[in-house]
Design a protein around this ligand. Structure first.
Ligand code: AMP
Ligand code: MG
Length: 340
């Protein structure tokens, strides 16, 4: 089965073709630049950019995979959560093409896409596993029993990890989105010069809080001469603090659930310092750890094509009504009725 995937939930237009026998055949990504001067995503600009890019990118991936529209068996698009207007662009084009090509379509939950993205790497994790989802909008520890059966065990009470990276990067004068820039800056830093607080670590639960960390960094920056050296040292301590918090909570989650497979997904899972710290934890606890391929960590069409394929192969499909769910709790998802 060959599935075309369309991701348009935020500021990345991602298109890919997934083949259930051969894996990803082609993919393309356009990361919108129009938001940079505003320091955050402007919803109206996002929708306008998606409208311009979706069809040319579909045409480009078909060509790259040397396929024609007749070779596609189904279309998966991001139905939510995300920006309403941006989601509408992907949903409208997916339903229009599905209707015209007479093939089924499926609306995919964006976070299910992220959760399953590690399955695009070798070796792929099998169910059940414990997932740490760290993205621009989410920080969650999830027990993944099987496709569509997810239980959120803990989450951030305020900012998401990606948001904390982006806000701290902004304080350090780095461009948006700041996560990758902060990682680069931290490489030359001394992580021990500053010491930042680790909120909620004393609590037994699996929740996180990152907004106090950002305020702490703002205060440090206010009191410190912002030389290149100090900036790098602040970035390094920031990364170490995040790694510490995530590792402590994941350690607790592993002990509480007894699950021995760990999956890390979402844009922040591209961060190599975090990958190293979480891999060390997994080794110590004798767990297997899985990450998505680097290019499928942040938003992309491949994870949507893959997640949609899993559901389409189990005979799930949408009618051709154009529906999006800008707010859509992951816990509302259901396992498909039929097995593959
Ligand atoms: P997503 O919401 O899954 O598309 O992920 C986007 C978020 O991931 C943004 O907040 C980025 O700053 C963050 N991000 C991407 N790459 C890195 C990295 N290497 N280190 C830290 N954060 C990152
Ligand atoms: Mg995302």
């Amino acid at each position: 089965m060959r599935i075309l995937g369309i991701e348009s939930s935020c500021d990345d237009t991602g298109i890919a073709i997934y083949d259930s026998e051969r894996g990803i055949l082609a993919d393309a990504l356009y990361s919108q630049l129009s938001h940079q001067k505003y320091g955050g995503v402007v919803p109206e600009l996002a929708s306008r950019d998606h409208i311009q890019k979706v069809i040319p990118l579909i045409s480009a991936v078909l060509e790259a995979a040397q396929l024609k529209s007749e070779d596609i068996d189904g279309i998966a698009y991001t139905k939510g959560p995300g920006l309403a207007g941006a989601l509408m662009v992907g949903a409208t084009i997916a339903q229009g093409l599905g209707f015209a090509w007479k093939i089924p379509t499926i609306g995919v939950h964006h976070l299910e896409g992220h959760l399953l993205a590690p399955m695009l790497a070798e070796p792929a994790p099998s169910f059940p596993f414990l997932a740490l989802l760290i993205s621009g909008g989410h920080t969650q520890i999830i027990s993944v029993r099987t496709l569509g059966d997810y239980e959120i065990l803990g989450e951030s009470l305020d900012d998401a990890v990606g948001e904390a990276f982006d806000k701290t990067a902004k304080l350090l004068g780095l461009p948006y989105p700041g996560g990758p820039h902060l990682e680069k800056l931290a490489q030359n830093g001394n992580a021990k010069k500053f010491q930042f607080p680790r909120p909620l670590l004393h609590r037994e639960d699996l929740n996180f809080s990152f907004s106090g960390l950002k305020t702490h960094v703002a205060n440090v920056i206010h009191k410190t001469e912002l030389s290149d050296e100090n900036k790098a040292d602040i970035a390094a301590q920031f990364e170490e603090t995040i790694a510490d918090i995530l590792c402590k909570k994941m350690h607790r989650a592993l002990l509480q659930t007894g699950i021995s497979r760990l999956v890390v997904a979402g844009g922040v899972s591209a961060n190599l310092t975090l990958r190293k710290a979480l891999s060390a934890l997994a080794e110590k606890e004798e767990c297997h750890i899985y990450f998505p391929p680097l290019k499928y960590c942040t938003d992309n069409g491949a994870m949507i094509a893959y997640a949609g394929a899993q559901r389409l192969m189990r005979d799930e499909k949408s009618d051709f009504s154009i529906q999006v769910r800008p707010r859509w709790p992951l816990s509302e998802l259901k396992a498909p009725e039929k097995s593959a």
